[in-house]
Each structure stands twice: as structure tokens, then as C-alpha cells.
Design a protein around this ligand. Sequence first.
Ligand code: CA
Length: 398
Amino acid sequence: MTRTWAPVPADSGFGLANLPYGVFAPPGEPPRCGVRIGDHVLDLAAALGDDGFAAPSLNAFLARGRTAWTQTRNRIVDLLTDTSHEPRLTPHLYPVGDVVLQMPFGVADYVDFYASEHHAGNIGRMFRPDAAPLLPNWKHLPVGYHGRAGTVVVSGTPVVRPCGQRKAPSAAAPTFGPSAKLDVEVEVGFVVGASSELGRPVPVSRFAEHVFGVVLVNDWSARDIQAWEYVPLGPFLGKSFATTVSPWVVPLDALAAARVPRPPQDPAPLEYLAEEAWALDLDLALEVNGQVLSRPPYTRMYWSPAQMLAHMTVNGASLRTGDLYASGTVSGPEREQRGSLIELTWNGTEPLTLEDGSTRTFLADGDTVTISGTAPTADGGRISLGEVTGRVEPAVDG
Ligand code: CA
């Protein structure tokens, strides 16, 4: 690939092949949109002379659609490779360590799927040991639920341990108090740019027309609250207190080399979900207090992002700019590939010992959780998806 005049460290995952978008605030200045190159952020409104990027949200840009997204990316590559632009643009490059990264887009609706067969299978084995691990619908449709858009927060936002109702199976009645089973879910989120018309499903073939890019997601989950409330209508307060996303939206244009084939789905899905099976070759890592606990592989996901999108709209539900849908917990077949503590500790029955000698079943107050990820490039390198991090703060009440 062509070289950039901008400073990019040798092993940076943020070279020209990546160019993710975010919202940043320089010290004492209002937030605006930028693109990351190396360890710097380029102010896009200034660089492109485009006021659409002066807002503290990518939504105006996301709404423009695929042609504009690709043109903008090409223009940014031109600006960063043609040295004639260096004198004018250098004042608009900010060290990433000097700026505050904010929520990159306004979330319209938030949906969370359940697309990993290994995750769904593990949960099934834990909670329904005498039945088949997967429920009868699982291989016929991407199971999902609508989450809470207003509590999707950017990486670095503290997460207060939620309080709620819990009831142990042996207890006669529920009690109220701080969750004792606060967990994480390693997920990948898909950011919708171009909207769709109410009443018109979006077919799998039009995925790239509507989806702009991806973020990393931590779907914080209070397992004890969830276990008591979820029947019959699904996740509610055990999930809605916080969902954290990474600050950089990596465009699909940067992930072309990450698209990999998957074995055909069996049974073959219904016609509206039919496509050649594929996944994204994203290597994810889950860390607690700096220690890697697992490395979930996105290549093993059963349902593709295009199938999730098609399913989400097949009833005619329309898409809005800023819609976010997440994959569900990413888990592979191996123990060290499980993307949640409930799986890693088998619902608390197999505690983990951390390097400091302490043990965990679920998260303790003060724990810092970080999810990171990388994807391959066409030339054999890897780009970074950045990271999504959050520290657990003690419950406010209870
Ligand atoms: Ca989830």
C-alpha cells in the first residue's frame, strides 16, 4: 500500500488500511469528527472543508450512504499520501493521547443478537442440561432482542454495578440488592448508516449499502437479575444498565480482507436468509485487570451480519441512521475462546485465578474489563479495532 506522510509507528494497527472514524474533543475545544491515522486524529471538517464533520456525531456522514462513504475514504487516503497536503493538514492532526474520545454516533435503535452457536450451546448446556443445547428455532433464525439505545456508552465510561431483583432457585421469594453476578459479553457491533423505508425488508444482498462499519461491544450483563426476569419476554434490566462500545468505527471498506467463507449452514435457512455462508476474521481478546482471559474468534459465528440485518427488517421494520446491532457473545469451541465469565467459570462453579492470586467467578468492584480486536489486511498485516474498556464501580444503593 502507498505510504502516508503522517507519522505512523511501525506496528500500528491504525495505518492507511484502517482509517476508522470517531468523535474527539481537543483540550478546551468542542468535539468534532475525526479519522485516526497512527497515534493521531485528523480533524475532518478542517481537512475536507466539510461542515458535516463539524458536529459531535458521525450521523450526518453516516446518512450519506455507501457512495459517499467510499468517496470520502478515497479522498482521505489522497490527503494523507500526497505530500503536498502535509503543510496544510499538519496543524489539524492531534495526538490521540491529548484528546477526549466521545460516543462516535447517536444510537437510534439497539438490537442484540445471539449468533454464536458455541455461546448459545454453552448457555443451553448450563441451564437446560437435560435438553438439547440449542432451542428449536436457533438454526432457523438469528435470535435477538431490542436493547436500550440510551444507555449505549463509549469506552472508558465507568459502569455502576446495577441493583435489582434476584431470586436463587432454592429461595422462596426474591430479594433486592446489587447484582452478585455482573458479567461481560465480548461482541461485535454493526453500525447502520443508510436508512430504509418502512415496510420494505432489506435483503442480505444489500448489507453493504446500509451498514457503514463495526465497533467492539461489551454487553454488560447482570446474570442474577437476568435469570429471574427473562421468562417469558427476554432480557430487560439485567442488560439495559450499560452497553459499552469502542470509540472508533472501522468502516467495512477496511474489512474486505477479513471476509472469510464459512461451512454451509445446516439446515439451509429460509430463502430470505439464504446466501453463501461467511463470517469476519476478527481476533478478539478479553482482558480483566490487564490479564487476557480468552481470545474469542469471530470466524466461528454461525449467522452472518447480513443475515442478522435481513432478519431484523424482514417484517418491514425500517432502519434509521445510527441503528446499532450487535452479534451476541462471541465464543469459539475451546474453553479459552469463551467470550463471557458465565462460560469461563461455568456459571461460577469453576472460579478463575488471576495473576494477582485473587479469584473470580463474576466481576468484582474495581475490576477493569477491556475487549480488543484485530482484522487481517490484504497485504498480510493486521488492523486494530481499538478497544472497549470499562471499570466496575460499586452499587449506588442496596
Ligand atoms: Ca449479548
